[in-house]
Design a protein around this ligand. Structure first.
Ligand SMILES: Cc1cc2nc3c(=O)[nH]c(=O)nc-3n(C[C@H](O)[C@H](O)[C@H](O)COP(=O)(O)OP(=O)(O)OC[C@H]3O[C@@H](n4cnc5c(N)ncnc54)[C@H](O)[C@@H]3O)c2cc1C
Length: 301
């Protein structure tokens, strides 16, 4: 494990403004820490000199809350995977997020690892990010301007991704929260993934989908499909979504939707996890599973 010598100071601010003014003050000599499950491994493995400061965001008021507000379900960026797994609100409105967060690591990891850390780490296969993307979630980015003004703005989730492992945030910015729309009638979502049996970090492939049926319950009126890893960023299979909403739901339509996802997804071989060919085999299996489950559930509610 990294020792205190990996950093000199450990700050625990209780407001976003205080956290950001510390980050502004220290510039690239400071990093945000939440659960530390990614960051501490990174500090341990990297050979850069010790940081001046870590800024712990888990004591910030409101950052660990989950609440319903004006038709949205809002999750603070420092909400842990365990909190999400146990939240009746997220269970009711964002099933695919619950399902994606409850398979992350083991209980010890889920008890401290946060959704903000999962997204800020910006890996295209991160489970929480895939669950959020299928809910068409937004992210709140908080910025401390040079004149000391703090503003927080909602933007599309994918807007903070710059590439694998890289986000767009500057030293004066942090993630404050996530939000997704409360569940509509005849709407449901599901997530599934394939993991190496001995795997402890990222899945071979993860898929999440949200569907909304029309009033006749025979056609998908609206669909969101997220796949990871299937490109440099968490991937929205928009062509597959269009196919799924184009006609009456049937086995043939499902097959066409899967074919569209296969054609659009950039699956690749990764040294320690899986070959491209294996991922090509898994994508139809997982997509069929999640869509079948989400559609069946949407017919009931
Ligand atoms: C044993 C093990 C198993 C794992 N299994 C999985 C798995 O199955 N699936 C999966 O997806 N991941 C897995 N992970 C990865 C990891 O647990 C998650 O990515 C986790 O959600 C990271 O959150 P954290 O709070 O620990 O982030 P930290 O390590 O604290 O931070 C990660 C990065 O995000 C930044 N950051 C954190 N919070 C914010 C914020 N509010 N605003 C801006 N930047 C911020 C930090 O500066 C850092 O760069 C695993 C990790 C371990 C060690």
């Amino acid at each position: 494990m990294p020792t205190m010598s990996s950093w000199q100071e450990y700050h625990m601010p209780t407001t976003v403004a205080d956290a950001l003014s510390l980050l502004r003050q220290y510039g690239d000599q400071a990093r945000i820490v939440a659960g530390g499950t990614d960051l501490l491994l990174e500090l341990q493995s990297s050979d850069h000199p010790p940081l001046r400061a870590l800024v712990d965001v888990t004591r910030i008021h409101g950052l660990t809350d989950i609440r319903a507000e004006d038709g949205w379900i809002v999750l603070g960026a420092a909400v842990t995977h365990t909190q999400i797994e146990r939240s009746p609100l997220v269970q009711e409105h964002g099933a695919c997020l619950v399902e994606s967060c409850r398979v992350v690591g083991g209980p010890q990891v889920r008890n401290v690892a946060t959704l903000g850390g999962n997204v800020a780490h910006a890996l295209p296969a991160a489970d929480g990010a895939i669950g959020l993307l299928a809910l068409d979630a937004q992210v709140q980015v908080c910025t401390l301007e040079e004149d000391g003004t703090l503003h927080c703005a909602w933007q599309p989730l994918l807007s903070i991704y710059a590439g694998p492992g890289r986000n767009t945030l500057g030293h004066h910015q942090m993630l404050g929260a996530f939000r997704f729309a409360a569940r509509r009638p005849r709407q449901s979502s599901a997530f599934d993934r394939i993991m190496r049996p001995q795997g402890v970090a990222l899945p071979i492939l993860g898929v999440a989908a949200r569907v909304t049926l029309d009033e006749s319950l025979t056609q998908v009126a609206d669909a969101t499909i997220a796949i990871g890893p299937a490109g440099p960023l968490p991937f929205r299979a928009r062509e597959a979504e269009s196919v799924l909403t184009s006609a009456t739901y049937s086995d043939e339509l499902l097959a066409a939707c899967i074919a569209a996802a296969q054609a659009q997804a950039q699956l690749r071989t990764s040294k320690h996890r899986a070959s491209r060919a294996y991922r090509q085999e898994l994508l139809p299996v997982l997509l069929r599973r999640v869509l079948t489950r989400a559609v069946a559930q949407a017919r009931l509610i």
